[in-house]
Design a protein around this ligand. Sequence first.
Ligand code: ADP
Ligand code: MG
Length: 740
Amino acid sequence: MANLRFHAVKEALSRKPLEVKISEERPYEYFGRKVFNRERMYKYLPKPIYEKMIDVIDNGARLEREVADEVAKGMAQWAKENGVTHYTHWFQPLTEGTAEKHDSFVEHNGKGGMVEDFSGKLLVQQEPDASSFPNGGIRSTFEARGYSAWDPTSPVFIIDDTLCIPTVFISYSGEALDYKAPLLRALHAVNVAATEVCRYFDPEVKKVTSNLGWEQEYFLVDDSLYSARPDLMLTGRTLMGHDSAKNQQMDDHYFGTIPDRVQAFMKDLEIQALELGIPCKTRHNEVAPNQFELAPIFEETNLAVDHNMLLMSLMKKVARKHGFRALLHEKPFAGINGSGKHNNWSLSTDTGTLLHAPGKTPEQNLRFAVFIVETLMGVYRHNGLLKASIMSATNAHRLGANEAPPAIVSSFLGTQVSEFLDHIERADSDQLSLAGKQGMKMDIPEIPELLIDQTDRNRTSPFAFTGNRFEFRAVGSEANCASAMIALNSAVAEALVSFKKRVDTRIEEIADDPKFAEGTGHTAKFHAIIDILRQDITTCKPIRFNGNGYSDEWVEEAGHRELDTEKSCPRIFENYLNKESVEMFESLGVMTRKELEARNEVKWETYTKKIQIEARVLGDLTMNHIIPVATRYQSQLLVNVENMNSVFPIDKAERLSARNVKIIEEIAERTSTIERQVEELVNARKVANKIGDEHAKAIAYHDTVAPKMEEIRYQIDKLEFIVDDACWPLPKYRELLFIR
Ligand code: ADP
Ligand code: MG
């Protein structure tokens, strides 16, 4: 076995960078080549059909069957010209990743031969045999079948010989079985709510779009080394491994030169991603050794989510071609930074206004204040839910560890925006003491022109304002961004709906109030907005936190503020079913209680399965790899001690063997401790497995199984430190992290 490790190291060291063929064309020329985008639609569809499709995409118009047929025809022609023979409905089930089932275009022609056919019916709807996708019992309680339905707002694309059609995946009774369906509903809700509020400021606004720019972090590990680590292969992370003497102390990896092999991989990945219409922009090293990041330019949220899913699978494929494995797990290695996926999020209008960016005029800045504050209101009211939306068995290793971000959702605004909001809030007392008329006037011209200082950042904040957007940093590297985006857009939609309602009521009150009827120089609408805004600035204050998110004081302080400080992953999921969450999702039409319950079943079950697999792998590796190797080394030492005794006088032999005897004893103690702990681990699992309720079972796994694994790991890492390096069977941290 030890041979395998050294063989792997040798192979890894001998790998050369792959030559990547660079196209003669500029990136903008091959960008989107494999996408049936507007340009292609225009070329391949009759003009009236093209126009109808644009109406469907931009304005959510109904897609008629005849239109779908025509679109399918044009699409198929384009696909065939690009060598495509198959098509698939591409969807995002509640497991990680994406699912697809490929069918070819061929049909019987009725004369014993074949024709190629692709109709609107096949484009629009399919029934994947989906009984094996997680559904939390929905399909057994309701209808047995599920179907996938085309999402025309995300363009069709080609991978190899297959036309991939982005779809939602729902049960026959209409419950969402995926991420995309509730995401589209949440985006619709935030569009409606934000548009209404925008119209206070600009009656021309017809649509508000949610934007997402993700930053994907990942590790690369040499393929051979990866293959010699069963824990990495089976669980995505190392379940054991002593610290490398050097890891990230020197901070010399961040923004350092990108290693050649990695550079070749990145080039290859970017070319393929650009062809698929993913607007890649940034690549660089990350903080930890062998950790990297890729970020595209932000896009409409639904499209950005699809592009992230696509990129993650592309990344894995391209990595293998270059002799690497891409690790998307949030914490593949203990003791060094984990990987996240910052979700940069903002809202913008069809009139070209970025609603989370400050403006030039007082009026624009008031609108800016409204959108900042109502975002905070949503995040404040649903901070526990937002945490649940990014929580997973894997991300739990990263959150709350001593690196970004803590397991409490709070928001950092920076000094300027904080002062700006404080100013608006304080002006309230001026207004009261000055009894109306003049007081009102003085507030607003004072709203300064805001030039947001880009350097004013707080790396520890899970939800930070960064100049013209919020950055939700707690999202896990492996996660589907949709989960966070469903919760965030819904929370903000709800806040905006409530804001609108209260402002409208206030407008009526003011209009009836003779004090406000004249002479303030501002409209009743304006006063009403200011009044409600002030209330909300005060209300959501507990979510604002500018200090050090890693400190213990913050955990205590957050508790006083009644923010959610729960750390246990399965308990955090409970937030999906609390009263506020269910009310919010139901009132916005994003998800029903039934859907939420079913989805939580899936979350708990997934959590349990992940820990279960890890526990099994750890048990196996311990008994089959670690203990035998440690014992063998111990025997060698014993032989040595015996030999010493036979060669030297007893007291001299004792002195010379002292160190070896100490190691022999330590190995004996540690291995017997490990054996006992593994037995306890197995027993804890047995007890947990008997629990029928998924929620209780997940909690048992969290409370009784997971901590045992940490104890075992501690012992193994100590053994790794004392056992002869030549015997150690698993590639060590220094090899995994520094060979590239
Ligand atoms: P950082 O400085 O945090 O590394 P970048 O400037 O590289 O961030 O941008 C990170 C991501 O944020 C990119 O995807 C970028 O397109 C996106 N982004 C920039 N502005 C906005 C915005 N207004 N709304 C949403 N995403 C944005
Ligand atoms: Mg960032």
